[in-house]
Design a binder for this molecule. Structure first.
Ligand SMILES: NC(=O)c1ccc[n+]([C@@H]2O[C@H](COP(=O)([O-])OP(=O)(O)OC[C@H]3O[C@@H](n4cnc5c(N)ncnc54)[C@H](O)[C@@H]3O)[C@@H](O)[C@H]2O)c1
Ligand SMILES: [Fe+2]
Length: 360
């Protein structure tokens, strides 16, 4: 039996932000990061709601902490909004989702992603960091009520951020497609998300605005897929390494994904081959298509100027080896391991770490 339900209303297109007015809000609370507060976009969004009273929580930093979400929750409860708006990347959206969840308020949550991206605008997940650990909260009630995919917010995306977050989309699609919870419906979203993202990323990176909305939709589709299907070892490892070394989430996925595909290859060669072919990487057999998928991702990573190893991303190998046992322990405890297409073993994680640590 397969069930697919998405409680989020999705509105997409240039100017989609105008839909906010329909909610007739009088008191709006906007969660964002300092970038969107300083450039005035957070205020523009608040004006679009038509609300007469606005409060901003603009302190969200990448990889929001439990403490930050608790501080935001207290501010949110004290204000008592009738609409909550999250404006930003996965960090701002996750922080707002956690705040809405902890405050148990009855207002709708509208998520406006500004990266393509985490897919957080439609997922049941919110990732919070505590010390050296990233905790993915998973609950249907974390799903935003409204997702606004408006290309207006993507116009000034810097190429480096396009590359990092674009590889997050590819990883969501690959892991959603092969996770233990995957079904026919999630497969459709994952496959199309992979095809579109793989095709659009170089053009978006090169500055072509006209592909950005398509890339945004691919990000959302990948979110729809993995939110129901689950993720896998690549995300378990990028959570563990990201909390410890503070390398951007998508960049870590770019470093890890080809190695994880190699490691899982034996158990889901057929599915990897389907993805490769969907994105135009043919192969005379499934084995060849799988190799083409890996080499295609490595080539794309190079084209987007992304690092191939942790060392190239600024993490000295000694730091990895000194914390090796703790890193592996956190990976094995991460909920994403449970939906990896094959059971994750200690030795497998260590072998991938060996492959991606690199040299100075
Ligand atoms: N909830 C989920 O389903 C889910 C899924 C994947 C990742 N995540 C989480 O999302 C976070 C990563 O999110 P992200 O990759 O979107 O980055 P982010 O939200 O951490 O933002 C990174 C930086 O990009 C800047 N930025 C964002 N949009 C911009 C724009 N349009 N123009 C210029 N600068 C902009 C931000 O100000 C910030 O400094 C991680 O914490 C990750 O764990 C959550
Ligand atoms: Fe991700």
């Amino acid at each position: 039996m397969e069930e697919f339900q998405c409680g989020t209303r999705i509105v997409a297109g240039e100017g989609a932000v105008k839909v906010l007015r329909e909610y007739g809000a009088k008191r709006v609370f906007v969660v964002t990061d300092p970038y969107f507060f300083k450039n005035g976009m957070a205020r523009t969004v608040a004006q679009e709601t038509g609300a007469s009273q606005t409060e901003f929580f603009a302190d969200v930093k990448p990889d929001p902490t439990v403490e930050l979400a608790a501080e935001g929750t207290a501010r949110l409860k004290a204000f008592g909004p009738d609409l909550l708006v999250a404006l930003g990347g996965g960090s701002a959206m996750d922080c707002a989702k956690a705040m809405a969840y902890f405050s148990q308020g009855s207002f709708p949550l509208a998520a406006i992603p500004t990266t393509s991206g985490s897919g957080s605008e439609v997922t049941d997940f919110a990732v919070l960091t505590h010390g050296d650990t990233k905790y993915p909260l998973v609950d249907k009630r974390l799903q935003p009520d409204l997702a606004i995919l408006d290309s207006f917010f993507l116009r000034e995306l810097p190429p480096g951020l396009i590359a990092d977050t674009g590889f997050d989309v590819l990883t969501h699609a690959v892991e959603g497609f092969t996770a233990t919870g995957a079904g026919m419906i999630t497969d459709l979203y994952a496959q199309e998300a992979f095809r579109v993202a793989y095709g659009c990323l170089p053009a978006s990176f090169a500055g072509r605005q006209e592909v950005r909305l398509r890339m945004h939709m691919a990000s959302c589709m990948a979110g729809l897929s993995f939110s129901r299907a689950g993720l896998g070892l690549c995300h378990a490892m990028s959570h563990s390494l990201g909390a410890r070394f503070h390398v951007p989430h998508g960049r870590l996925n770019a470093i890890l994904l080809p190695a994880v595909i190699g490691s899982n290859g034996a158990c889901c060669q057929k599915k990897y081959a389907v993805l490769a072919r969907a994105a135009g990487m043919s192969g005379s057999s499934d084995g060849v298509a799988l190799r083409n998928l890996r080499s295609g991702l490595v080539r794309l990573r190079r084209e987007l100027n992304l690092p191939a190893t942790l060392a190239a991303a600024g993490v000295a190998p000694g730091r990895v080896w000194n914390a090796l046992d703790d890193i592996v322990k956190a990976v094995l405890a991460d909920p994403c391991c449970k939906t990896n297409p094959m059971p994750v073993e200690d030795f497998q994680v260590r072998r991938i770490l060996e492959e991606v640590t690199g040299h100075i």
